[in-house]
Design a binder for this molecule. Structure first.
Ligand code: NAD
Ligand SMILES: O=C(O)C(=O)C[C@@H](O)[C@H](O)[C@H](O)COP(=O)(O)O
Ligand code: ZN
Length: 369
């Protein structure tokens, strides 16, 4: 088992990465539980595949499980989803000192984490991430949120989990499209800060996507280590450090908003497109060689991820996408910082980007090919 500590003083916790952790969930959680019952929130797809395994683990430990099963998909991460979760936790008389369990992908983790942040002004929670994306990214670092009509993750809180169990066996039932979406956030760690990892992924990405155990464990552990390091340095994204994890997201969130937070474009797919756009824009303004931007695009396309926004056939122009970006949480005194690249592995926060120029660039990209 790989164990990655997230060092945050009194809010520190471990991310445990291994096969079969859901089957052993109770023994990992017991030291944190104070009662002989636990509340677990999941979605219907995850429940169908993994409820029995998790329930059996708690049964063996004589801990009763209460279940809330939500609809799968990004649209669950909204005000009505939040109301469902908080009402259900209140009905179960969950106390501040209790640990609620989020079993699922990033949608369940973000929603349940936010519900835990606000329930009775804050209760504890444990992340049992079951998608690749949730294991390498969303379950770690304490960003919790819901989407609103205005945009992505606009209502939320920083609220750290007490424990994260990333069970690699869970990925056995994850659809291939979702594996590829999670892989986009893995690629992100290479592109933003680790050229050697980017090169390793070029050689081993196919094995990761095929769920070959050694490659998968190394990719997940390397990603979580990178995220844990950055989060420990800048938990609340105030020091131009954690913002690097937002590489591809300014473009990506605009695309998600434009496609209505739907299955038409998954978060990881939007991030893949966003990384290609960030790389191409960096090359366009002379920050990095065109050849490196092309390498980023190739890494995305080789993984079977979308790399060209023209292929989305969006009914909008670059200005409309730029308008979505004005709701980005990185907005600072009316200007929008962008995460750009000086090369693969050297992302930085650029504070002097001309949004009108970005809109013109997006117009070209929307028409390209
Ligand atoms: N908090 C953060 O730091 C952070 C980081 C990255 C992404 N996110 C958020 O995460 C969300 C995306 O997460 P996601 O890609 O996991 O999406 P998701 O939660 O919608 O899960 C993807 C799909 O896979 C299914 N699924 C999950 N695990 C499964 C399994 N083991 N077997 C079968 N089906 C399974 C789900 O039911 C869903 O249909 C977005 O809302 C994004 O904004 C948050
Ligand atoms: O943990 C972070 O910090 C990230 O930016 C990780 C992203 O992959 C994730 O999608 C995050 O939710 C985006 O954050 P936001 O602040 O732009 O909503
Ligand atoms: Zn993301």
């Amino acid at each position: 088992m790989a164990v990655v500590p997230v060092e945050l003083g009194g809010r520190s916790y471990q991310v445990r990465i291994s096969a079969n952790l859901l089957a052993e969930a109770a023994q990992h959680c017991i030291p944190l539980l104070r009662k002989n019952s636990v509340s677990i929130v999941t979605d219907a797809n995850v429940a169908e595949n993994w409820r029995e395994t998790v329930e059996a683990s708690f049964d063996r430990a004589a801990i009763a499980t209460r279940w809330l099963i939500l609809d799968p998909g990004e649209s669950t991460k909204d005000w009505s989803g939040l109301e469902k979760v908080t009402d259900w936790l209140l009905a179960g008389q969950v106390e501040r000192g209790d640990h609620v369990i989020a079993l699922g992908g990033g949608v369940i983790g973000d929603l349940v984490g936010f519900a835990a942040a606000v329930l009775k002004r804050g209760c504890n929670f444990i992340q049992l991430p079951t998608s690749l994306l949730a294991q390498v990214d969303s379950s770690v670092g304490g960003k919790t949120a819901i989407n609103t009509r205005t945009g992505k993750n606009l209502i939320g809180a920083f609220h750290q989990p007490s424990l994260v169990l990333a069970d690699l066996s869970a990925l056995g039932t994850l659809p291939d499209r979702q594996m590829r979406a999670g892989y986009a956030e893995i690629l992100k760690y290479g592109v933003l800060g680790d050229r050697a990892f980017f090169d390793w992924l070029a050689a081993n990405g196919t094995a990761v996507l095929a769920r070959e155990s050694d490659a998968l464990e190394r990719a997940v552990a390397t990603s979580v280590e990178a995220k844990a390091r950055i989060v420990a340095e800048d938990e609340r994204e105030t020091a131009d450090r954690r913002a690097l994890l937002n590489l591809g997201h300014t473009f990506g969130h605009a695309l998600e908003a434009e496609t209505g937070f739907s299955d038409r474009l998954l978060h990881g797919e939007a991030v893949a497109l966003g990384m290609v756009l960030a790389a191409r824009y960096s090359a366009r303004i002379g920050l990095m060689p065109d050849a490196e931007a092309a390498q980023v695009a190739r890494s995305v396309e080789t993984a079977g991820l979308p790399g060209e926004i023209a292929a989305l056939a969006l009914d909008c122009d670059g200005q409309r996408l730029a308008d979505h970006m004005l709701h980005d949480k990185k907005m600072d005194a009316g200007t929008l910082p962008f995460i750009l690249l000086r090369g693969i592995g050297t992302a930085f926060v650029a504070r002097d980007v001309d949004l009108a120029d970005v809109a013109a660039f997006l117009d070209e990209q929307l028409r390209a090919h």
